[in-house]
Design a protein around this ligand. Sequence first.
Ligand code: 5CA
Length: 156
Amino acid sequence: MVGSIDRVTAAAADAGLAIEVKRMGASTRTAEEAAEQCGCGVAQIVKSLVFQGETSGRLFLFLVSGANQLDLARAAALAGEALKRADPRHVRDETGFAIGGVAPIGHLIAIPAFADETLLAYDRVWAAAGAHDAVFAAEPKALIEAAKAQVAALAA
Ligand code: 5CA
C-alpha cells in the first residue's frame, strides 16, 4: 500500500496542502479507531464514504465527520440521483484505496465530492491516508478545498 500513501502525499502537494502522513502501527480503519490513535475526538475524524448512483453508476464521495451519519436523502439530493453504498471492489478500482483507508484526496479518477459542514468547526481534522493505519491532519477548510468538495449539510 506504499503506492497509495504516496498518491495522497502527491495530491496534497499538488493542492498546496502541507501534510505529514503518520503510520500509527495500529488499525485506523474505523473513525473510532482513528480517533483513539490520533488522540482526538471522533468528530474530528473525516470519514471518506463512497456511494454509487443507482441510475448512472457514477461514484460520489462524502466527507463526513466521524460523529455523524450521512443522511442518504440529503446525499441523493446533492448527487441528483438515488444512491447506494459502492461495493469495495468498485471503490478500490476508482479511488485506488481499500475500504478503511480511503483518503479524501489522491483518487485514481476524479469523483464529485461533498463535505460535512460540521467539520469546519474544528481547528484540525484527521483523515485516512491510503492505508489501514495511515492518517494525516489538516485544517478542515484547506482539506475540503484540496478535495474540491462542496460544503453541505450532510448529517442525519
Ligand atoms: N480510516 C478510517 C477513518 S478516516 C476510515 O476510513 N473510516 S471510513 O468511515 O471512511 O471508512 C469506513 C467506512 O467504509 C464505513 O463507515 C462504511 O461506511 C464503509 N464500509 C465498510 N464496509 C463496507 C463494505 N463492505 N462496503 C462498502 N462500504 C463499506
